[in-house]
Ligand binder design. Structure first.
Ligand SMILES: Cc1cc2nc3c(=O)[nH]c(=O)nc-3n(C[C@H](O)[C@H](O)[C@H](O)COP(=O)(O)OP(=O)(O)OC[C@H]3O[C@@H](n4cnc5c(N)ncnc54)[C@H](O)[C@@H]3O)c2cc1C
Length: 612
C-alpha cells in the first residue's frame, strides 16, 4: 500500500510542487515522507496489533464510566504526541502547516491499521470547525485544547427521530446570557443519537459540537434547517482560561450502542439537559453559540468536503486491508490443480490458489476498487489544498469540482471497497467466515460507511438532484472538460486508445442520462433512480481516474505487454492490469444503471406500499 501511496503522491499528483506555495515553503519531499514514515511506525506499533482486541472488548459502561481497552488510550496518546492532531494548523498553534493531501495520506495509514481506534480524526474536524466559525476565545479555550490532545471532540447532529432529515432536529437551546466571554450562553435540552466518541475517559473532557434550535418569540421551534444553530457544549464546565471547574455539565449517557463493527469507537445516546447534573444549580446543558443563530448547518457543511473525503478514505483503507490480507492468503493456500488442455493434472500437487483465474479476478477487482478509490480520494484532497492555497481561478475551479466529486468520493469507496471486503472473505473460503482471520472484521467495520455522513441514498439525491444541475450544470461541464483532457492524452498512447474511447462513450452516456432524467422537469421522475445514477457516475469517475493515473505516469515502454517484469515492471504492470480490469469488467455495468435513469423507470417509485 505504501508503495502505491507514494507513487500516487509523487508520480501522479506531484504533491511536492505544493512546497512552492508560501504556506508549505518549509516542506519538501523528505518532510512529507518523514510524516508518512512516522504514521506507519505508530500505526504498526500502537494501532494494528490491537485492532482485533478493540473489536472483542467493546466499550462498556460500569455504572459510572465508559471503559475502553488500555490500548485505545495508548494509541490516542501516541497519535497526539506525534503532532497529527494539529498537523495542518499554523506553526503558532503548534501545527506543521502540512498540506491536507499529506495529512489525509497519513491518516489513511492509521485507518488501515485500525479504523475504529482512529477516531481522533473527529476531534480534528471539530477543532477545525471552531477555527473557521468560533470566536477567538472559543478557539483558545476549546480548539487549542483539542489540537494539543488534552480534550477530544464530537459532532452531535443526529437524533433518534432526525437522521437523514436534520430539519427535524428537536434539541432546544434557550438563551441564558448573551454576554458570556465564551460566547452567548444557552441551556440545551434534547437527545442526540449515534454520537461517536460521545462518552469515554480517554481525555479529561469532551467538547461536543451540537446542533439545536433556538425557539422563536412564541417559544416554538422554527421548522426546517433555517432554525438550526451550532453550540459548543463541554462535558465538564470550563472557565475562561480553559481550566476544568470541577462541575459536570448536564450531558449524560443514556446508553451505548452495540454495533456490527467499528467497535473500538464508543457510540452513544446522549441526553442533554435532563437534569442529571445541575451546572450553576440548574438543569439544562450549558452551550455557547458558535457562528450566527440559524447558521448551524452551514457552519457544519463548511467542513463537509473534508469529512466526506475522510469517510471515503476510511472505506478505501478497509478495502485495502482486506486486499492485502487476501493476497497473502492466496499466495499461501494451496487447493486444486491447474486446468490444462488434457484436463486436471490430478497426479500433480495442489497449486497456490492465486494461480486460479477466478482468484486473480477477485484480487484484480479489489485492487482496481481500492487503488482507484485511493487515487480519487487523494485527488479530492489535493483539490482541498487548492481551495486553501491556490490562485483565485484555481480556487473557483477546485471548489466546483469538489461540489460534484464529494458525493462520489464518499459513496463510491463505501460501496465498492465494501464489495472488495466481501471478495477478500470469498478468497479465504470458509476460513474467511471465521473470526480466526481478520477479513470478516474489515467487512463489518466497512459496512458503516454507506450509512453515516449522509447515507448512500441521500448522497445519490444530492448528486442528481443538486450537484450536476446547479448553476446550469457548471460542475458537470467542468468535470467533463477534465475527463476530456485525459481522453485526449490517452488517445496519443496507442495501447490506451480503446480505453480512451470507452471513457468518452461513458461520459457521453452519463451526460445524456442526466438530461433525460430531468427532461420532464419532474423531480419524482428524475430522482426515482438516483442511486443507479450515483453508481454509474461513480464508475465513470473511477474509469477516468484510472486512465489518468496510467496515462500520466506510464511511458510507451511500460504499456508494452512484453515488458520484462522485475519489481518496478511488476508494479507498473499491476496498475495497468487493474485499469484494464476496471474498463473490461466494471465500466460496461453503467449501461444497465443508466438505462433506468434515462427512461425514468418508475417500477420502484410506483409500486404500492401494500405490494410488499
Ligand atoms: C456507527 C455510527 C456512527 C455515527 N456517528 C455519528 C456522529 O458522530 N454524529 C452524528 O451526528 N451522527 C452519527 N451517526 C448517525 C448517522 O449519520 C445516521 O445514522 C445517518 O445520517 C442516517 O440516519 P438514520 O440512521 O436516522 O437513518 P434514516 O434517516 O432513518 O434513514 C433510513 C433509510 O431511509 C433512507 N432515506 C431517508 N430519507 C430518505 C429520503 N428523503 N429519500 C430516500 N431515502 C431516504 C436512508 O437512505 C436510509 O437507507 C452515526 C451512525 C452510526 C451507525
Amino acid at each position: 500500500m505504501r508503495a502505491t501511496l507514494d507513487f500516487l503522491l509523487r508520480d501522479w499528483l506531484t504533491v511536492e510542487a505544493l512546497c512552492e506555495r508560501p504556506r508549505f515553503a518549509d516542506h519538501n519531499a523528505e518532510t512529507f515522507g518523514a510524516v508518512l514514515d512516522t504514521a506507519e511506525k505508530i500505526a504498526k506499533e500502537k494501532f494494528a496489533p490491537f485492532n482485533r482486541l478493540v473489536d472483542l472488548q467493546e466499550p462498556h459502561f460500569d455504572g459510572e464510566k465508559v471503559i475502553l481497552p488500555q490500548a485505545t488510550h495508548d494509541a490516542f496518546a501516541a497519535y497526539a504526541c506525534s503532532g497529527m492532531l494539529a498537523a495542518a494548523q499554523d506553526y503558532e498553534l503548534g501545527g506543521m502547516q502540512l498540506p491536507y493531501t499529506v495529512e489525509a495520506s497519513a491518516n489513511a495509514i492509521f485507518s488501515m491499521a485500525s479504523v475504529s481506534i482512529s477516531w481522533a480524526m473527529l476531534t480534528v474536524g471539530n477543532a477545525n470547525l471552531l477555527m473557521a466559525h468560533g470566536t477567538e476565545k472559543q478557539k483558545d479555550v476549546f480548539a487549542k485544547n483539542e489540537f494539543s490532545g488534552r480534550w477530544m471532540g464530537t459532532m452531535c447532529l443526529s437524533e433518534p427521530q432526525a437522521g437523514s432529515s436534520l430539519s427535524d432536529v428537536a434539541t432546544k437551546a434557550v438563551l441564558e446570557d448573551d454576554t458570556d466571554v465564551l460566547g452567548a450562553r444557552y441551556r440545551l435540552s434534547g437527545n442526540k443519537m449515534w454520537i461517536s466518541g460521545g462518552e469515554h475517559e480517554v481525555t479529561e473532557n469532551i467538547v461536543h459540537l451540537v446542533l439545536a434550535k433556538i425557539p422563536d418569540a412564541d417559544g416554538k421551534l422554527i421548522p426546517g434547517t433555517r432554525g438550526i444553530s451550532l453550540f459548543v457544549v463541554p462535558k465538564k464546565i470550563v472557565d475562561i482560561d480553559g481550566n476544568i471547574t470541577g462541575e459536570r455539565n448536564d450531558v449524560s449517557l443514556a446508553g451505548l450502542n452495540h454495533k456490527c463493527g467499528w467497535r473500538g469507537t464508543t457510540n452513544a445516546l446522549l441526553n442533554f439537559g435532563e437534569g442529571k447534573f445541575k451546572p450553576d444549580g440548574k438543569a439544562g446543558a450549558i452551550g455557547y453559540l458558535v457562528g450566527k443563530p440559524g447558521a448551524g448547518l452551514s457552519c457544519m457543511f463548511h467542513m463537509m468536503n473534508e469529512a466526506r473525503i475522510g469517510v471515503g478514505l476510511a472505506a478505501t483503507m478497509l478495502g485495502m486491508a482486506g486486499y492485502e490480507a487476501s493476497l497473502d492468503y492466496a499466495k499461501q493456500r494451496t487447493q486444486g490443480r491447474a486446468i490444462t488442455t488434457g484436463g486436471k493434472a490430478v497426479e500433480q500437487s495442489p497449486i497456490p490458489i492465486i494461480e486460479h483465474a477466478d482468484i486473480k479476478r477477485m484480487l484484480l477487482a479489489q485492487k482496481s476498487y481500492c487503488e482507484g478509490a485511493l487515487a480519487l480520494a487523494l485527488y479530492c484532497a489535493k483539490l482541498v489544498d487548492e481551495t486553501h492555497t491556490g490562485e483565485s481561478d484555481a480556487v473557483a475551479e477546485a471548489k466546483l469540482l469538489l461540489e460534484v466529486l464529494t458525493p462520489i468520493v464518499k459513496s463510491w469507496p463505501s460501496e465498492w471497497c465494501l464489495e472488495a471486503n466481501s471478495l477478500a472473505i470469498q478468497i479465504h473460503g470458509g476460513y474467511g467466515y471465521t473470526r480466526d482471520f481478520p477479513v470478516e472484521q474489515f467487512w463489518r467495520d466497512n459496512r458503516l460507511n454507506m450509512i453515516h455522513e449522509g447515507t448512500h441514498g441521500i448522497q445519490a439525491l444530492d448528486l442528481l438532484g443538486r450537484k450536476v444541475v446547479m448553476d446550469g450544470g457548471k460542475g458537470l461541464t467542468l468535470l467533463a472538460i477534465k475527463m476530456n483532457e485525459t481522453i485526449m492524452r490517452a488517445m496519443q498512447m496507442h495501447p490506451l486508445v480503446d480505453h480512451a474511447q470507452a471513457l468518452a462513450k461513458a461520459l457521453q452516456r452519463v451526460v445524456q442520462a442526466t438530461k433525460a432524467a430531468w427532461s420532464t422537469g419532474n423531480p419524482t421522475e428524475a430522482l426515482a433512480n438516483a442511486t443507479p445514477y450515483l453508481q454509474a457516475f461513480g464508475h465513470t469517475v473511477l474509469a477516468w481516474i484510472w486512465l489518468d493515473v496510467v496515462s500520466a505516469t506510464a511511458t510507451e515502454t511500460h504499456l508494452q505487454p512484453s515488458v520484462p517484469l522485475g519489481a518496478e515492471g511488476a508494479f507498473r504492470a499491476g496498475k495497468l492490469a487493474a485499469m484494464r480490469y476496471f474498463f473490461h469488467y466494471e465500466l460496461p455495468k453503467i449501461d444497465a444503471w443508466l438505462a433506468v435513469v434515462s427512461s425514468r423507470d418508475l417500477t420502484c417509485a410506483n409500486v404500492a406500499v401494500d405490494c410488499f
